[in-house]
Design a protein around this ligand. Structure first.
Ligand SMILES: N[C@@H](CCC[C@H](N)C(=O)O)C(=O)O
Length: 281
């Protein structure tokens, strides 16, 4: 069987990467949960399966079948539409493994399909990756609760759902439990960002991710956080530096789209044992 894997992270939002060009892997929810388990598996916030779009039954209609598809799974086994840190890692993998055309010294845009649509990315000369994250759609206002405290926030869709709340004292929040949210507003669940300005156009963010729990970074969340920060200043566009526990990224929001720039780091590669794979079917 010899199933190959790589371990990678983007600002410490960590992933198991599974190359599966022909869609041969039977990646069950149970196997995703086991892979992400930090004791009985490799340990990660999510899994990125690298597969051609034609082999993904739930890929959005109209995508080219040859395009590489980022099949993203949360640590609880659920599928999500998008993962911003994941796209950076995914692009870096395609680039370094020479799975996409490139010329020495040339910055080439890599088309990447996701359940949230196309998210083209470029690997920059310094090794960082810039992802075109698509338009930022404001979906309304809602609130979250952490313990007894209520925080109003801005609902934002960047392929996946977010509620970004500008608060004071981000460092002191207890995010070890699922914060409350309105299931009528977010019937598919929601990623919750807590955002604090630290300087002009510079914010600190923590996140509780749908399907994972608190993570050290969330790329789509940083875009939502930047949008909420700008909205609080009556701006719809701008460039914001976002500090998360796992590092720093740069977000730019324009009238038509948004970009996310940050690192993509590969830690290890190896092969899963057949026994382990069979046991966790
Ligand atoms: N960590 C990701 C987001 C992953 C998906 C999210 N948990 C969801 O369910 O929508 C990112 O970097 O964007």
């Amino acid at each position: 069987m010899a199933i190959a894997f790589l371990k990678a992270h983007g600002t410490e939002n960590d992933f198991v990467v599974l190359p599966d060009p022909d869609g041969d892997l039977d990646l069950t929810d149970s196997r995703v949960r086991a892979l992400c388990d930090r004791r009985r598996g490799l340990g990660a916030d999510g899994v990125l399966r690298v597969v051609r779009t034609r082999h993904v039954p739930d890929a959005p209609a109209g995508l080219d079948g040859d395009t590489w598809f980022m099949d993203y799974r949360n640590a609880d086994g659920s599928r999500a539409e998008m993962c911003g840190n994941g796209v950076r890692v995914f692009a870096r993998y395609l680039h370094d493994a020479a799975l996409v055309p490139s010329a020495p010294g040339e910055v080439v845009e890599i088309p990447i399909a996701t359940r949230g649509g196309m998210r083209p990315a470029t690997v920059n000369a310094d090794g960082t990756v810039t992802v075109n994250m698509g338009p930022v759609r404001v979906t309304g206002r809602s609130e979250t609760t952490v313990g007894d405290a209520r925080y109003p926030g801005l609902g934002i869709d960047v392929g996946n759902p977010h509620l970004a709340c500008v608060v004071e004292g981000v460092a002191d929040l207890d995010l070890t439990r699922q914060p409350g949210f309105d299931p009528e507003v977010f019937p598919r669940g929601v990623n919750l960002e807590f955002v604090e300005p630290v300087a002009p156009d510079e914010i600190r963010m923590r996140v509780h991710e749908r399907g994972v729990g608190e993570t050290r970074s969330c790329g789509t969340g940083t875009v939502a956080a930047a949008a909420a920060y700008l909205d609080a200043r009556d701006h719809a566009t701008g460039s914001v530096t976002v500090h998360i526990p796992g590092g720093t990224v740069q977000v730019t929001i324009t009238p038509t789209t948004s970009t996310l720039t940050g690192p993509a780091v590969f830690v290890a590669q190896g092969t899963l044992t057949d026994d382990w794979w069979i046991t966790h079917a």
